[in-house]
Ligand binder design. Structure first.
Ligand code: SDX
Length: 434
């Protein structure tokens, strides 16, 4: 990966009479950065930024978010364009390779992914070790983490050919593993992938087909899910992507890194929010109870937060939420669901929140997770599968970011420092004296 930073000046920092200079760089879009790699050497100080609210961890060419304008670009292409005009496999190629594919490139990439959709027969044994009511995200963390035990021929991260095979395997097998987790939870037999179907239809069939009859994927539903996958594929250095990069920076194999990303995504503040948002809408139940929950969300002493609202970067509407809301209406329409009570609560909750001083002042808008739960439920997925679908799609972003990190010549093992405020240096005290 070749750096495209351009130097745009210097920043002086004066402390205790000593002035140090640090270079300032500019990227393609977004705020300039001050390069503080020499900060400790020059000043003897550490910077301090828990949660990395002002800290860039890397240079990346993959995704850009403008939180104030509500813009999201994958390799420079706006997310709404891609959601409307493209499809999962083409966007996966774009994220991995940096350019939209020619028809030949797309055909070859699609074939490469298709040829890796099956999993080793022994992998099935992992599922029977889980209880049927195990959360599918727990299964995903376990089974994906175990992949490195099966694919030793693609774990050498220094071999570009093995990185490509691992990338294809990861993207291709996630739907199969996810569908198997769902089938296992409902006591139905696993369904093999079909090479005749596109990526998303294949996944829908592996989830909803039964041996007793032919499965036909409703094109409106498959198209909506394909769109939902595109919206979830990448999002700069979010918590789970940063987890994948940090795990990968030690040289861990890609399967282990993706398993770490799945574990991080599961948190309700992150990818687990789609499941939490639907549970919240069900708990609110009816429009007349919305004020009670808005009050709780504003109450400092109440840990309750409006799930599906707020974002570290977006201080305007999450562009994905707009596309998601449209997909939600399309799916409900295709399913013949009129006046869905959850949608009614969601739309009224959104309306009230967006007019409320607290949410306006804190710039809290619906994020991608606010409408995704209603849509995924209407598509037939149980609530505990929502984050699994997020992980399925985000695997493309995780593996693209992991590859970029491996190919970055400036990459080093990630090892943050700290400020220590524990007990001062003191001698051991024998137990008889305590
Ligand atoms: C995703 O990073 C990514 O890009 C993530 C993601 C991706 O694609 O990878 O976009 C996917 O994770 C989307 C976010 C899903 N999470 C939720 O919907 C959970 C609810 N949202 C919050 O937990 C929160 O908004 C976060 C975690 C998303 C963002 O938290 P921040 O940036 O650390 O902001 P904060 O917690 O400091 O909140 C700022 C203020 C606080 O009030 P004060 O302490 O300043 O008085 O806003 C309040 C918060 O209390 N606040 C909320 C709120 N979110 C923030 N109050 C009520 N309800 C909320 N949802």
């Amino acid at each position: 990966m070749e750096s495209k930073l351009t130097k745009s000046g210097m920043m002086s920092v004066t402390y205790e009479g000593r002035t140090s200079e640090f270079p300032v760089f500019e990227g393609t879009h977004g705020p300039r950065v001050v390069d503080i790699r020499a900060f400790h050497k020059e000043t003897g100080l550490f910077t301090f930024d828990p949660g990395f609210t002002s800290t860039g961890s890397c240079e990346s060419h993959i995704t850009f978010i403008d939180g104030d304008e509500g813009i999201l670009l994958y390799r420079g292409v706006p997310i709404d364009d891609l959601a409307e005009k493209s499809n999962f496999i083409e966007v996966a190629y774009l994220l991995l390779h940096g350019e939209l594919p020619t028809s030949t490139e797309l055909h070859d990439f699609n074939h490469a992914i298709t040829m890796h959709t099956m999993v080793h027969e022994q992998l099935k044994n992992f599922y029977s070790g889980f209880r049927r009511d195990a959360h599918p995200m727990a299964i995903m963390v376990g089974v994906v983490g175990a992949l490195s035990a099966f694919y030793h021929d693609s774990t050498d991260i220094n071999d570009p050919k093995q990185r490509v095979i691992a990338t294809h395997r990861m993207i291709a097998k996630m739907p199969t593993i996810a569908a198997m987790a769902y089938k296992y939870s409902i006591g139905q037999p696993f369904v093999f992938p079909s090479n005749e179907l596109d990526y998303t239809s294949n996944f829908m069939r592996m989830c909803f087909a039964v041996p007793a009859e032919e499965f036909k994927c409703n094109p409106v539903l498959c198209d909506a899910l394909d769109k939902i996958f595109i919206l979830h594929m990448d999002h700069e250095q979010n918590a789970s992507t940063s987890t994948v990069r940090l795990a990968g920076s030690s040289g861990a194999n890609p399967f282990a890194c993706i398993a770490a990303g799945i574990a991080s995504l599961w948190g309700p503040a992150h990818g687990g929010a789609n499941e939490a948002a639907l549970n919240m809408l069900e708990e609110i139940g009816t429009v007349d109870r919305i004020p009670e929950y808005i009050a709780r969300a504003k109450d400092k002493d109440d840990p309750f937060r409006l799930m599906g609202f707020g974002h570290r970067v977006y201080k305007n509407y999450d562009p994905r939420a707009k596309v998601m809301q449209k997909a939600c209406h399309e799916v409900l329409g295709a399913m013949g669901i009129k006046n869905d009570p959850l949608l009614e609560v969601a739309m009224e909750l959104e309306k009230i929140a967006l007019e409320d001083e607290y949410f306006i002042e804190k710039k809290l808008y619906p994020n991608i997770d606010f409408y995704s739960g209603i849509t995924l439920k209407a598509l037939g997925f149980p609530t505990d599968m929502f984050t699994v679908l997020f992980a399925l799609a985000r695997t493309v972003g995780w593996i693209a970011q992991w590859s970029e990190m491996i190919e970055d010549p400036t990459q080093k093992i990630g090892r943050p420092r700290q400020v220590y405020t524990g007990a001062a240096n003191r001698p051991y005290v024998p137990i008889v004296q305590r």
